[in-house]
Design a protein. Structure first.
Length: 327
């Protein structure tokens, strides 16, 4: 990790610098704390959705514009599971509520795994090493997926129930912090640590990275690199499904347009963080989350444009992103 920070030139301090500047501009500590936690929770949920895209590009060199379809399906599968288990959510039993939430998130992840496998085998495998065809065919797949969601769940906004233990807020001084936001921060941190350890501390991570660098050598040692890449794609899709499920609980009302709305933010995060870098994706997601909340409070009219302005500023400063993957 220290090597990554050194190579990134200290850019991992940017969220702290941004928070300090916002503290001065906002001037009210309670409002600043609420906005900061909201920004962190939003950023970590975006990280869940963007990390899969960054992982697939960094390790497989695949530009998957259909990535947001897994986000949408994760959101709707999770919402439908919670709706089916609504009796558990209103039972008053903490155990049943936790189990219902676990099943909903697990259903989103399981769907992402299965759909990711099918997507890689049918859509992506024929267009490896051809970025233009990857963009065209995955965009087409995204359109088809959106129509499937529309046909299955309809165009009416779908309400997403929450377990009661994730409702309400924690009061810290004069600040009110939603419990769900704290839950989102915890899930995001756990997922990031799991990804980092998997890629840097396990045999599977070593084989995947070695397969990227020298596929022929790894295959000569008896390992099937294509199978490893399928697992990477499935993992990326599962993370998108989990991110979609978390985002659905955050919004509490979802529409079939969810994936298209998220796609732009996800790509902004991956680009400013550095293509193929999990650390960079985390950094970019946190900066985007904080920026959107701070700007939304200080200058609401600039809120929608803040992400584009941020991306342009960062790319003018560091054209390869804040912390691009090592080559």
């Amino acid at each position: 990790m220290s090597a990554v920070v050194a190579r990134a030139g200290g850019v991992f301090w940017l969220p702290v610098v941004l928070a300090v500047i916002a503290f001065v501009l906002i001037g009210v500590p309670s409002s600043w704390l609420t906005l900061t936690v909201a920004g962190l929770s939003m950023g970590l949920m975006i990280f869940l959705m963007a990390s899969g895209l960054s992982l697939v590009f960094g390790l497989m060199d695949v530009l998957n514009f259909g990535h947001s379809a897994f986000v949408s399906f994760g959101a709707f599968v999770s919402a439908s599971t919670l709706a089916a288990l609504s009796g558990w959510l209103t039972s008053g039993s903490l155990t049943l509520e936790v189990l219902a939430l676990a099943l909903a998130l697990g259903a989103a992840v399981a769907f992402g795994l299965g759909a990711g496998w099918a997507f890689e085998r049918v859509i992506v495998k024929p267009v490896y090493a051809d970025h233009l065809r990857q963009i065209l065919i995955t965009m087409g797949a995204l359109i088809v997926a959106d129509e499937v969601i529309l046909a299955t769940w309809g165009g009416v906004p779908l309400a997403v129930p929450r377990p009661s233990f994730l409702e309400g807020a924690v009061i810290i001084g004069d600040s009110s912090i939603e419990v769900y936001r704290l839950f989102a921060v915890a899930v995001g941190v756990v997922v990031y640590l799991g990804l980092y350890l998997m890629l840097n501390r396990t045999r599977m991570g070593l084989l995947i990275r070695a397969g990227v660098e020298n596929r022929e050598m790894v295959e000569a040692l008896g390992f099937r690199v294509d199978r490893l890449f399928v697992l990477v794609f499935m993992l990326g899709s599962a993370l998108a499904g989990l991110g979609g499920a978390m985002w659905a609980g955050y919004q509490t009302l979802i529409t079939p347009d969810l994936g298209a709305e998220i796609l732009v933010i996800v790509f902004i995060v991956v680009i400013i963080g550095g293509l193929g870098s999990i650390q960079g994706t985390l950094l970019g997601a946190i900066i985007v989350g904080l920026m959107q909340n701070y700007v939304g409070f200080l200058a609401p009219k600039l809120s929608l444009a803040s992400n584009m302005i941020l991306m342009m500023a960062i790319l003018l400063w560091r054209p390869n992103g804040l912390a691009p993957a090592a080559k």
